[in-house]
Design a protein around this ligand. Structure first.
Ligand code: FAD
Ligand code: NAD
Length: 401
């Protein structure tokens, strides 16, 4: 393979999410001195713990607790960190265009994470909020509080107190759990009658959490309904306007706060680079490389990996992390002209929070619910902090989980 000017191969990693951070950490451990030149590019100088974002979005936790400075995670003597936004990927030139410069690479890792998928539903992109980043959840949190303050000046506007969550997948369910916990606090703070506040979770499929264990789904719905969440199942959001949503056969729900958790797609920069994708995600080869580009790896929410039955694995932090480890291994092997290792996903299970002290999950082949599941969720989150930042990070951030 032809290399750039320098004789040391250049590896550029795009995105410091689960996939990008794990790749970086593994590379800095496995590469020998001067074996490769590694650069990590990320929009922000911090890594955000996406799996925690439903809490700061609802305001049950501070946004700062869901982020970690990248300089605290990586060894900057081994990896160059560039804080910038990628605007274009140019595989034909082996270059990445940033908002403020250009980087050339011999090997590229695309781990830019997902984007909200709106399926072309009119008005969603303009009027709905999404739970994607620290910036997006700060906006939701402030917006929710503002609705309570507004309502006190215009008490006929109950739409200020109506919150619509579109999609009852794991993100929607985890968010309504937190929001339902936050509402009583906000009611107290703003002297608002709790019975005036409505939280709708609207799901198009015939069940919440489609595809998940029905008994646990039933449990989750009971817990959330008890906290005041109103489910509209088998009801699709058809349109979003500045006044609310249109659902099902044309019913209108007036709301000043619509949060869209109806799905994710891959990053648009990949298709814009001329790479073939399905909803922005690349069907990677068994080594996690982009077909036709032996020097480009694609990870996490940007990749599609299939199980033995030929169905794609859902995009999760769990798979992104395992891919990061595999990708680093394969990059080192490729540089050393050694054999690459196929990626095999080891599914450790799924645990989802339903607010304080409540969760559901399947792990180690067993079902969990209630407090035990909620401890399990904490344990998973602590394990992640340990993997990326060792004991110091667990001590600094662990208490907030
Ligand atoms: P991300 O973690 O999204 O990281 C992408 C990175 O790229 C970010 O740092 C971003 O700032 C950066 N970036 C994006 N665009 C650019 C650009 N143009 N230039 C520079 N940088 C850029 N999964 C689980 O397994 N378990 C869970 O419990 C769980 N909980 C979740 C809870 C919520 C509320 C949400 C929204 C998701 C949850 N997920 C969970 C899914 C999981 O978070 C994602 O699958 C995972 O984050 C994907 O990792 P990634 O590395 O592909 O991308
Ligand atoms: P998702 O795609 O899993 O769920 C979206 C939901 O929205 C689906 O149930 C879908 O039927 C529904 N929907 C789609 N269009 C709709 C419409 N027009 N009206 C109403 N409902 C509509 O998306 P997500 O929940 O954001 O999850 C994304 C990924 O992140 C998944 O792989 C998920 O497993 C993962 N995740 C995991 C956890 C966890 O493990 N605790 C938490 C959050 C997210």
């Amino acid at each position: 393979m032809g290399l750039t000017m320098s004789s040391i191969p250049k590896i550029v990693i795009l995105g410091a999410g689960y996939g990008g951070v794990l790749t970086s950490l593994r590379l800095q451990k496995e590469l020998n001195y001067n074996e490769a030149d590694v650069t990590l590019v990320n929009k922000h100088d911090y890594h955000y713990i996406t799996t925690h974002l439903h809490m700061p979005a609802a305001g049950t936790d501070h946004p700062d607790n869901a982020r970690v400075s990248i300089s605290k995670l990586i060894d900057e003597f081994k990896i160059d960190f560039v804080k910038s936004t990628v605007v274009q990927i140019r595989p034909q030139d082996r270059k990445v265009i940033l908002e403020d410069g250009t980087l050339s690479y011999d090997y590229l890792v695309i781990a830019l994470g997902g984007e909200p998928e709106t399926f072309g539903i009119p008005g969603l992109a303009e009027h709905a909020f999404t739970i994607r980043s620290i910036n997006s959840v700060r906006l939701i949190r402030e917006h929710i509080e503002y609705q309570f303050a507004r309502y006190k000046r215009e008490p006929h506007r109950t739409d200020y107190l109506t919150f619509v969550v579109g999609g009852a997948g794991f993100t929607g369910i985890e968010f309504v759990g937190e929001l339902a916990d936050r509402v009583p606090e906000l009611c107290k703070q703003f002297d608002v009658d709790r019975s005036l506040v409505k939280i709708y979770n609207i799901e198009a499929a015939p069940t919440a959490l489609p595809g998940f264990d029905p008994e646990l789904v039933e449990y989750a719905m009971q817990v959330l309904q008890k906290k005041g969440v109103i489910f509209k199942i088998g009801t699709a959001i058809k349109e979003c306007t500045s006044e609310g949503v249109v659902v099902g056969e044309g019913e209108e729900i007036k709301s000043q706060t619509v949060i869209w958790t109806g799905g994710v797609r891959g990053n648009r920069l990949i298709e814009e680079a001329g790479i073939e994708t399905t909803r922005g995600r690349v069907k990677v080869d068994e080594y996690l490389r982009c077909p036709g580009h032996e020097n480009i790896y694609v990870l996490g929410d940007n990749s599609l990996v299939f199980n033995e039955e030929g169905r794609p694995y859902p995009p999760t932090a769990q798979i992104a992390m395992q891919q990061g480890v595999n990708c680093a291994h394969n990059l080192v092997a490729q540089i050393r002209n050694q054999t690459l290792k196929p990626f095999v996903f080891h599914n450790k299970g799924t645990v989802a929070s339903l607010g304080k002290g409540e969760a559901i999950g399947i792990a180690f082949g067993k079902k969990y619910k209630g407090r035990v599941a909620s401890w399990l969720k904490k344990a998973i989150d602590l394990r992640y902090l340990f993997i990326i930042g060792g004991i110091p990070l667990v001590l600094r951030k662990g208490k907030f989980l």
